[in-house]
Write a protein that binds this ligand. Structure first.
Ligand SMILES: C[S@@+](CC[C@H](N)C(=O)[O-])C[C@H]1O[C@@H](n2cnc3c(N)ncnc32)[C@H](O)[C@@H]1O
Length: 304
């Protein structure tokens, strides 16, 4: 079986999650089953629950994880929606861990018709191809004001206004290639070979897939899982900042408003221990072998 995606930080994930414990493990971003199969191998008593919003990934992993038989249950859908149902339906054993390796898979990037790449012939970028919002709709029907907001908030583009205006002037735009060429004319290639359209594509992708809300909602439900370890691998600073902020909130014991003279909340709201004050990053060797790993950051939290 040819595997279209190399999992990042695999050894670090196994070091963090391998257990003899008897319970469930949720892989919220199953993808091509790289992390899941390693977790199933290293943790003999784990029942793995995998989620992915991309049906191609679910179908691939169903085959890949067949050898583990009834130790695996897979769900197609958004993790923000599935997590609640999974928690309700799996109360017979503890949920010992949750992993989310967020971002796009190599297969999604490499398949030109998915619209994630600078060479794409179309504008799509949906991780779930049955969802309604496409990159085509964002690019060709958002107002200049809305485009500016997306590029500024999700791409952190300093020239968001100029780029939003340029998009509106050039409409209709029909492919990723056209969009990438437009950016190449506006900006020179950045240092380290980074394509000038990188932030623009990131921004549109986050908007199309609601990626930051997904992450916040996942963590909001995951915090109920007493005793579980939570691991999030992110690939850009916006996501990493969300994880860092939420893990910090979870270690805060007093949640009284800052203007309160005296603590009235009971000073007992800390949910557990932040295991990574600094995120875990790829080794030099992994960076050489897998380019995607260069931007990966893993943060871990142990809930009490
Ligand atoms: C980087 S890949 C995961 C790769 C996987 N860890 C492996 O080893 O093969 C990310 C996957 O998460 C899925 N995904 C991203 N956001 C999601 C969400 N909100 N809900 C469910 N799946 C999501 C994508 O469709 C993609 O298949």
């Amino acid at each position: 079986m040819e595997i279209p995606h190399k999992p990042v930080l695999l050894n670090e994930v196994i070091d963090a999650f391998a257990t003899e414990g008897d319970g469930y493990f949720i892989d919220a971003t199953l993808g091509y089953g790289g992390h899941s199969s390693a977790i199933l191998e290293s943790s003999p008593n784990i029942h793995l629950i995998g989620i992915d919003r991309d049906i191609t990934a679910i179908n691939f992993s169903k085959e890949r994880l067949k050898e583990f038989g009834d130790r695996v249950t897979l769900y197609h859908g958004r993790f923000s929606e599935m997590i609640g149902e999974i928690i309700e339906n799996h109360k017979d054993k503890p949920i010992l861990g949750v992993l989310a390796d967020i971002g796009v898979s190599s297969l999604q990037l490499d398949q030109l018709d998915r619209g994630f790449s600078f060479d794409s012939d179309n504008l799509d970028m949906r991780m779930d191809q049955s969802s309604e919002l496409t990159a085509e709709r964002v690019i060709n029907s958002y107002s200049e004001y809305e485009l500016d907001r997306v590029l500024r908030d999700y791409g952190e583009m300093r020239n968001s206004k100029k780029v939003a205006r340029e998009i509106v002037n050039r409409r209709p735009i029909s492919s990723g290639r056209e969009l990438a060429e437009m950016m190449s004319k506006i900006e020179r290639r950045k240092g380290g070979g980074v394509h000038p359209a990188t932030q623009l594509f990131q921004a549109i992708r986050i908007e199309v897939n609601g990626e930051l809300d997904e992450l916040e909602n996942l963590l909001d439900r995951a915090k109920e899982l007493k005793g579980a370890k939570i691991g999030i691998i992110s690939f850009h600073s916006l996501e990493d900042r969300v994880v860092k902020r939420i893990f910090k909130d979870w270690t805060t014991s007093c949640v009284c408003p800052p203007e309160a003279f005296q603590c009235k909340c009971g000073d007992n709201h800390q949910l557990g221990k932040n295991l990574t004050k600094k995120p875990i990053v790829a080794s030099k060797e992994e960076e050489r072998e897998n380019r995607r790993s260069r931007s990966a950051k893993l943060r871990l939290f142990q809930l009490d």
